[in-house]
Design a protein around this ligand. Structure first.
Ligand code: SF4
Length: 486
């Protein structure tokens, strides 16, 4: 995959009187850096005023010691961003902040709403953004719309305002929010994006997109925020409210690629899930070879599982340059084609003369995979067999993962044999949808699989489908998503 699809964001929330809350938020964001590298921000309150600091770049670039020392308070939220709506600019960095006569609010969002046009319409009809700067939105992000709606609905109790607004949202959201004194967390009724609750050793509370952030903070995992649940954390502890009946449709791609392997999603460690995907792939698509190797880093657990399942020795045929990040100086087209060489270098001594099985988590456009195969042949591989630990991606995501338009997805344009010829491999096989879902050990009805199946849990508006060059109507677009069985 090597970064051809990107997660929208990572969110953190901390409520910990007496602790260095800004630093805790910073470390939480640091653990979630893989979920967004475009900007990072922290909002913090001392009980009187919310201060927001946000900057373009990686977490470590956005904050330094002086900034962290200036951020004082006991409640905070943090955000690391890769945009799915709105352009890449400082205005669109989060947390987003609003004031209203009844108080202040800051919002950090992981996900993507599918009814932002309606939300903008109702806000305009109600008189626009209540922020004193003027009756307009600060940015083009859907998060700003949500914050503006909440600020407008706030008549003195922020919790009630949030409870009024969130049921009007359609799409994917895991929010951390705060006013001057309280921390809030909420997940949409489908629970597309993760959000976990932890407890610090000193009794403070943590909300985080992934449990790896809790680990870094030394926090104990308590539980996930449930789909359709809102939690409020303040001096009285945690209280929970239902926003809507849960209709689970968690993003299965979090398990395949996006989440960190040391995180636990829906009760299951991500590394172990990917390992099982590799074992299953070895059973479904066996191959005669001398070496199993991953496309690092995301292909590593599945490659180890494939090696175990196939009894073919595992080896690291690529060395990854870990210091290549997203750069603000976009490479030229010709450099982009060479881009993968900046990240990966084959180890000739491991590859030469061998039949190699290469494990990756997915193929998006196919260009990266084609370059990988060519590099391995240049390094002397006798045969190159690609095995992919998820099914072909055929449909774009509208729920918070940035994917190319449908006509750029190689899985929607070509059959598997054609893809194999295009990437120049000796063979190509994908894990079945059933194999992928079984490897998660979670009931398969609890997942969104729309990018593989076109079974979108929430119907996508026509204009969004057109924007992503979706030509045919998705097969299951009109079909109602089943309600929670429990
Ligand atoms: S469409 Fe794919 S990437 Fe998007 S939420 Fe569903 S499973 Fe995840």
């Amino acid at each position: 995959m090597a970064g051809e699809a990107r997660d929208a964001c990572g969110v953190v929330g901390i409520y910990a009187p007496g602790e260095d809350v800004a630093r805790l938020t910073y470390y939480g964001l640091y653990a979630l850096q893989h979920r967004g590298q475009e900007s990072a921000g922290i909002a913090i309150s001392d009980g009187q005023t919310i201060l927001v600091y946000k900057e373009l770049g990686l977490v470590a670039q956005a904050f330094d010691e002086t900034v962290l020392q200036s951020l004082r308070g006991f409640v905070s939220i943090g955000h690391t961003r890769y945009s799915t709506t709105g352009s890449s600019s400082w205005d669109n960095a989060q947390p987003t902040f609003k004031t209203s006569p009844a108080g202040q609010i800051a919002v950090a969002h992981n996900g993507n709403l599918v009814n932002s046009v309606q939300l903008a319409g109702t806000l305009a009809a109600a008189g626009g953004d209540p922020t004193p700067a003027g009756a307009r939105l600060n940015s083009s992000s859907d998060t700003d719309l949500v914050a503006a709606h909440i600020a407008r609905a706030n008549e003195g109790d922020m919790r009630e305002a949030i409870l009024k607004v969130l049921p009007k949202l359609s799409g994917a959201y895991s929010f951390t929010m705060m006013n001057e004194e309280r921390l809030f967390g909420a997940r949409d009724p489908h629970g597309f994006r993760p959000l976990s609750i932890g407890r610090l050793p000193g009794g403070g509370w943590v909300l985080a997109s992934e449990t790896c952030a809790l680990d870094l903070l030394g926090a104990r995992f308590i539980r996930d925020v449930e789909p359709g649940e809102m939690v409020t954390i303040d001096a009285n502890g945690l209280t929970s409210e239902s926003l809507a009946r849960p209709r689970p449709a968690a993003c299965v791609f979090e398990h395949v690629y996006f989440a960190r392997p040391d995180s636990t999603l829906m009760g299951h460690n991500v590394y172990a899930t990917r390992y099982r995907m590799g074992q299953r792939l070895a059973r479904e698509a066996p191959v005669v070879a001398e070496l199993v190797m991953p496309v690092p880093d995301s292909g590593v657990p599945a490659a180890q599982g494939f090696a175990q399942g196939s009894t073919i020795p595992y080896g690291d045929g690529f060395v990854k340059n870990r210091y290549v990040g997203r750069t603000f100086i976009q490479p030229t087209q010709s450099m982009r084609e060479q881009g993968i060489r900046m990240k990966l270098n084959p180890v000739r001594e491991v590859i030469e003369g061998r039949r190699v099985v290469v494990i990756d988590d997915s193929i998006v456009r196919g260009n990266t995979t084609r370059q990988i195969v060519a590099m391995l042949r240049d390094a002397g591989a006798r045969e190159v067999h690609m095995r992919i630990s998820s099914p072909p991606i055929k449909w774009p995501c509208f729920y918070g993962i940035d994917m190319p338009d449908q006509d750029e997805l190689i899985g929607s344009r070509m059959e598997i044999e054609e893809i194999c010829a295009h990437i120049g491999a000796d063979s190509l096989a994908y894990l079945s949808t059933e194999g992928m879902l079984e490897a998660t050990q979670v009931p398969k009805e609890d997942f969104c699989t729309a990018c593989f199946s076109s079974r979108y849990p929430i119907p996508i508006p026509e204009h969004d489908l057109r924007d992503k060059h979706v030509l045919e109507s998705p097969e299951h677009q009109a079909q109602a998503w089943p309600t929670n069985r429990s």
